[in-house]
Write a protein that binds this ligand. Structure first.
Ligand SMILES: C[S@@+](CC[C@H](N)C(=O)[O-])C[C@H]1O[C@@H](n2cnc3c(N)ncnc32)[C@H](O)[C@@H]1O
Length: 225
């Protein structure tokens, strides 16, 4: 079997550790150096597509909608959001690690068909949490996949993203009827309760990691009524 080849490393801001990009034939892996392990693998991306398909379904025919994707990873969610929305819809992608955007401009970008090249894509190189600070309605859908679930995994600082205060701020950033969709590798009923406390209407979907097979992942769909 072809051995993995390390293509690059990147520091996660605020002492978050190191991200590693590796390739083996056509397969790519982004992992966290040390014991935390793999963050994303290109072979299994069905649930990353489902995050966009489910989160954007209510605005599939809406003109001039606005979608926020956090973060970039391998671009599968971004590419699916571009496909699932109208040509007049803009998709903002917030990414914490600048190198991830650079990697997606190179061979890694082939995985999702170079969605950064789409003129409807806008890139914000920053912590996605900063986009919730204004607390003014700006988005019709927010697709969040920055950790492995609703707790800080990529970096400890992300834990606050899933707090009640943060969920209130995210809700304020959505237009009426807007959807917050959150990807998770597991189902955490406490997070459903937290979303409800933040006044979202919540639906929880189970999706498979790879073409109807593989691990079960969870998508929380939280609607601002
Ligand atoms: C699991 S990957 C996302 C996978 C993506 N859904 C896809 O389809 O490939 C997580 C991404 O979120 C980024 N990230 C982590 N914390 C972030 C934050 N607070 N703000 C923005 N991006 C963040 C990571 O650098 C990484 O690129």
């Amino acid at each position: 079997m072809t051995p993995w080849q390390l293509l690059g490393t990147a520091d996660i801001p605020n002492n978050g550790g190191t991200l590693r990009l590796a390739q083996r034939d056509k397969e790519f892996s982004i992992s966290l150096q040390g014991v935390r392990g793999e963050l994303m693998n290109s072979r299994m991306h069905s649930s990353e597509l489902a995050l966009a398909d489910l989160g954007c379904a209510p605005i599939a025919n809406t003109e001039k909608a606005a979608v926020l994707v956090g973060g970039m990873g391998m671009g599968f969610t971004l590419a699916a959001a571009l496909k699932a929305t109208t040509e007049s819809t803009k998709i903002t992608v917030a990414e914490l690690v600048p190198e991830v955007i650079e990697w997606n401009k190179g061979p890694l970008g082939e995985c999702a068909g170079f969605p950064l090249n789409n003129p409807r894509t806008l890139v914000h190189l920053r912590d996605v949490a900063e986009l919730f600070q204004d607390q003014k309605p700006a988005f019709n859908a927010i697709l969040l996949d920055v950790d492995n679930g609703p707790e800080g995994f990529t970096r400890a600082d992300n834990t606050s993203l899933y707090s009640l205060d943060s969920l209130h701020a995210i809700r304020s950033t959505l237009h009426k009827g807007g959807v917050l969709a959150v990807w998770s590798a597991w189902h955490d009923p406490a997070f459903t309760t937290q979303l409800k406390k933040a006044k979202f209407k919540v639906d929880v979907k189970t999706v498979r990691a790879h073409k109807g097979k593989g691990s079960k992942h969870t998508i929380y769909l939280a609607v601002k009524g």
